[in-house]
Design a protein around this ligand. Structure first.
Ligand code: GDP
Length: 197
């Protein structure tokens, strides 16, 4: 499976009810706006433009389904927390994400993307609390690691984990990625492959 034979865009949905039939296992991607979600999806699928990389953060407001190898879905959820979006829109986005995460029966695992350069943000903390309360299976994916030194990646990710451990008994799997350098591609695809077995 680590070979992506094909990946096709299936549908954009503005509501959970509009999503395609829940026929295949789904791996859904979210994180703060501009975290590098579209770039990561394109990197995993070895496609330059399948998921749109946004020049305007906060703009993707739909749930996008991509069918991979005719057997599982990558689900590109909206990003959350873009400060310059009007509050009602931010709230609507978060509701859409939560609605999907809590009610989509074919969701296998959520990939929560975190910018490796930043401290844990309040919106991330709140979203993590929500995931914990609702027992949503998820992994942490640190992005844009080519932009910081290895030392800095280690200290930032450790701080993030320490901060989580104040509330959590154990940590989810953690992946280190860069879409520019293709870092973490094999590891993530291997994780998905194993989870699908
Ligand atoms: P999204 O809004 O979360 O989908 O984020 P995008 O994928 O559109 O990326 C936001 C910005 O970050 C774009 O300018 C990307 O080129 C840049 N970016 C995304 N991933 C990486 C990465 O791994 N390394 C670097 N250096 N830049 C990245």
């Amino acid at each position: 499976m680590r070979t992506i034979r094909n990946a096709i865009f299936v549908k954009s949905s503005a509501r959970l009810a509009d999503c395609p039939p829940a026929r295949y296992p789904e791996f859904a991607f979210t994180g703060r706006s501009n975290v590098g979600k579209s770039s990561l999806i394109n990197m995993l699928l070895s496609r330059k433009h399948l998921a749109k990389t946004s020049s305007t953060p906060g703009k993707t407001q739909l749930i996008n389904h991509f069918l991979v190898n005719e057997s599982w879905y990558i689900v590109d959820l909206p990003g959350y927390g873009y400060a310059r979006s009007p509050y009602p829109r931010r709230k609507k986005m978060m509701k859409l994400i939560r609605d999907y995460v809590m009610n989509r029966q074919s969701l296998v695992c959520l990939l929560l993307l975190i910018d490796a350069r930043l401290e844990m943000q309040r919106t991330d903390r709140e979203f993590l609390e929500f995931l914990g309360r609702n027992r949503v299976p998820f992994i942490l994916v640190f992005t844009k690691t080519d932009k910081v030194s290895a030392d800095r990646i280690a200290s930032n990710t450790n701080r993030f984990k320490q901060s989580m451990l104040q509330e959590w008994e154990c940590l989810p799997p953690v992946f280190i990625t860069s879409s520019v350098k293709n870092t973490g591609r094999e590891e993530l695809l291997e994780f998905i492959e194993k989870t699908l077995q």
